[in-house]
Design a protein around this ligand. Structure first.
Ligand SMILES: Nc1nc2c(ncn2[C@@H]2O[C@H](COP(=O)(O)OP(=O)(O)OP(=O)(O)O)[C@@H](O)[C@H]2O)c(=O)[nH]1
Ligand SMILES: [Mg+2]
Length: 255
């Protein structure tokens, strides 16, 4: 990276991504100081496709989930001396070519999220509905409007992970990526959004690992518990909806 840019590590957690993980790691390496790939007990030969690439490999002997893999990768990034971690999916849905755009917003007390915008490759409607619902409730519990709470293309300041309390039983699965937003906002971090394309049919080469029953239930229980613990946190609802209206008005002016 540039002389004055703090060191950046990309973390790519993956589970059975034999067709795509090596290509994503190679494309990502052009934009960061280090690439850490976290093999979460893959059984399809994904790890073999990485041989010869200039990447750090963290292995989980058995599958522990995306959240646990992100945390292992962030720990590896800390040991490499990085201040920022870029998380990126291994299935090709996040174009690494957008990393420089996300990096422009990187700051010590900011979590940057790639906010997926509609493209010619539309998100399945059930997924779009789920994302909108998640955005509403997670933004409420966070007390700030978050355009895309479910996108895993993000920049985490490494310091954030030790400062925010993540529930022990919720550190492993997809729910971790939702909980960390709420806790980051509570800890005073701000959230910045950078528009990125939403890629679906054109890149996906295997069924989703996201289990709508299990993972959605885990997210609903987590958000419910956070809201109940703050007496429903109505000030958070009002604040995030004001911010949403403001953002919508700004968008209308720009278009
Ligand atoms: N480390 C780890 N990564 C996982 C696990 N499950 C999924 N992933 C990775 O997390 C990323 C997102 O998983 P997906 O199955 O694509 O889930 P999604 O992107 O929310 O859902 P789709 O929009 O349907 O693709 C991919 O890079 C997966 O390889 C897991 O158990 N462990
Ligand atoms: Mg995916």
């Amino acid at each position: 990276m540039g002389e004055n840019t703090p060191p950046v590590t990309a973390v790519i957690p993956f589970y059975n991504e034999v067709k795509t993980v090596a290509g994503i790691a190679e494309r990502t390496a052009k934009y960061v100081d280090h690439v850490v790939v976290v093999d979460d007990g893959s059984t399809d030969g994904s790890a073999e496709t990485l041989s010869g690439l200039d990447v750090h490999i963290v292995r989980h002997p058995v599958n522990r989930g995306k959240g646990a893999s992100l945390l292992s990768g962030i720990e590896a990034a800390r040991r490499l001396g990085s201040e920022f971690v870029i998380s990126i999916d291994a299935d090709g849905q996040h174009p690494p070519e957008y990393i420089p755009e996300l990096l422009k917003k990187a700051e010590a007390e900011t979590l940057v999220i790639g906010a997926r915008k509609s493209t010619a490759d539309p998100m399945p409607s059930i997924r779009r509905f789920g994302n909108r619902t998640a955005n509403f409730f997670i933004s409420w519990a966070s007390g700030c409007w978050i355009h895309d709470t479910q996108c895993g293309f993000r920049i985490y300041p490494v310091s954030l992970i030790n400062r925010v309390p993540l529930h022990r039983q919720r550190r492993s699965g997809f729910v971790m990526e939702s909980e960390v937003l709420i806790e980051a906002c509570r800890a005073g971090y701000s959230i910045a959004s950078v528009p990125v394309p939403a890629l679906y049919a054109s890149v996906l080469q295997r069924p989703s690992h996201f289990r709508p029953g299990f993972d959605v239930t885990a997210i609903v229980f987590m958000v419910g518990a956070k809201l109940l613990s703050r007496a429903m946190y109505f000030p958070g609802l009002i604040r995030c909806q004001k911010q949403r209206l403001h953002a919508t008005a700004q968008e209308a002016i720009l278009n």
